[in-house]
Design a protein around this ligand. Sequence first.
Ligand SMILES: *Cc1c(COP(=O)(O)O)cnc(C)c1O
Length: 222
Amino acid sequence: MSEETAADRLHDVQERVARVLQHIGRPADSARLIAVSKTFDAAAIEPVIAAGQREFGENRVQEAMGKWPALRQRHADIRLHLIGPLQSNKAREAVELFDAIHTIDRPKIAEAVGAEMRRLGKPLDLFVQVNTGEEPQKAGVVLAEVDGFVARCREEWQLPIKGLMCIPPIEQPPSPHFALLAKMAARNGLPWLSMGMSGDFEQALMVGSTHVRVGSAIFGHR
Ligand SMILES: *Cc1c(COP(=O)(O)O)cnc(C)c1O
């Protein structure tokens, strides 16, 4: 067995990100790497922070609340991204803990997050999640409603949406979904794209991803 550590794997992923960006002529700072630490405890996360990583993703508010406040006391410059579904009764805790939410996908959540951001005076980076594969079991706004939902977020709930996020169906090639998301973002004047995971972040970067969410390629299998 190799003795490869999470820090080694982080450096490998960072290099792969840099290589794709250079290959297609994008600036090195035009995409951010979010290390997805869900299911991993503080002891597993510490070495990745020590290796220089500062942006992390979690998919459950409750789980994140159990480990990040303490980690953050030791590392003040961490940025936390919520990349999993949010219930409106967790909106307050989510806005308090996270710096970005990638999963705004229905009026109740948009309204609750907007209200909490104003109450706390804390502007978060927000993405609308799109169900590009129109999968019934998956979260996200359906294609026909994306433009209308983004407009309502801006006008009705004063939410400064910055981008779109998607998780392509696992059984399909991801690139068409990434390209579709990029097109919808451009059409709505949204500069950011949260797309690409361990298995497909290079393809996502090729079509404009600005935020790749990489878990197992850094932390190992869950
Ligand atoms: C778990 C998760 C990831 C990371 O997945 P890997 O395949 O381990 O890189 C990315 N995005 C979301 C929304 C996730 O839930």
